[in-house]
Design a protein around this ligand. Structure first.
Ligand SMILES: NC(=O)c1ccc[n+]([C@@H]2O[C@H](COP(=O)([O-])OP(=O)(O)OC[C@H]3O[C@@H](n4cnc5c(N)ncnc54)[C@H](O)[C@@H]3O)[C@@H](O)[C@H]2O)c1
Length: 250
């Protein structure tokens, strides 16, 4: 096991579950002090204490991405503990799968708040310190839905597509402060979010994946930790799909 994140503070949002948990556990195993931000306090505390139980470093701080004030409070608590943050991973996400014509404005607002504006607000909080220091890595978790579209996930796909474009543009501005900003797009991945989808949709998804299976959360986490590491020091503004070949975008 390498130690790519020794002495680094790494925020992982959404780490109470799924892909975020895998990122937090793998990051901590490589030396990071992981700060978990999630609206699910019981789940977040449980993951943090499992990491500490393995002799590694983790803290849980409650975070509700639908609440701008709560995001500022979270960021202030992180800065108090970490000083200038080394790595920000925006993994929290949420969706309600339904036809667009049946969807409600309250749902669109929640989807955009969690999947797009939440990461925007966290970047706005942490980026100035990183740029001043001349170091930092931001990794946003979008979705293949944002690259190729997805039935039943229309507004979610729009928010994730926005996050991809945000990543590219922010990467251009952050480069002068030596901060990189990249994006990982999971395809269907074995997490509670995926298991909330209908069997019909799951079968259809399996058929369009060239490698004929869904991803495990750790396979997505590996790509995230690569972008967060110094191995990817010269890579910024990029979007990488981890989806068994489902998406082969030029
Ligand atoms: N699983 C998939 O098939 C898949 C596919 C493409 C993209 N993604 C993306 O990957 C990321 C991780 O998804 P996952 O599959 O691990 O999902 P998950 O549902 O297992 O975990 C999402 C986490 O986000 C947290 N969260 C939800 N609302 C929040 C809020 N308001 N504030 C703070 N935290 C909140 C949840 O509590 C949960 O811990 C998401 O951005 C998701 O959109 C997942």
């Amino acid at each position: 096991m390498s130690n790519r994140f020794a002495g680094k503070f790494m925020v992982v949002t959404g780490a109470a579950s799924g892909i975020g948990t895998a990122i937090a556990k793998m990051g901590a195993a490589e030396g990071a002090h992981v700060i978990i931000g999630d609206v699910n306090a019981a789940g977040g505390e449980e993951v943090a204490s499992a990491i500490r139980g393995a002799g590694q470093k983790a803290t849980f701080i409650k975070l509700d991405l639908t609440d701008a004030q709560d995001i500022d409070r979270f960021a202030a608590a992180v800065k108090e503990q970490a000083g200038v943050l080394d790595v920000l991973v925006n993994s929290a996400g949420w969706d309600l799968v339904e036809p667009f014509v049946q969807s409600k404005p309250e749902t669109w607002e929640k989807v955009v708040a969690i999947n797009f504006l939440g990461p925007v607000r966290l970047c706005h909080n942490f980026l100035p310190g990183m740029m001043e220091k001349g170091a930092g890595k931001i990794v946003n978790i979008a979705s293949d839905a944002g690259r190729i579209g997805s039935m039943g996930e229309v507004v979610y796909a729009g928010a994730k597509g926005g996050l991809i474009a945000f990543t590219k543009s922010l990467a251009r501005e952050a480069a002068r402060g030596k901060v990189t900003v990249n994006c990982v797009c999971p395809g269907p991945t074995n997490t509670p979010l995926y298991h909330g989808q209908s069997d019909k949709l799951k079968e259809a998804l399996n058929r369009v994946i060239p490698l004929r299976r869904i991803a495990e959360p750790e396979e997505v986490a590996s790509a995230v930790l690569y972008f967060a590491s110094d191995e990817a020091a010269f890579i910024t503004g990029q979007t990488l799909s981890v989806s068994g070949g489902m998406t082969m975008a030029g």
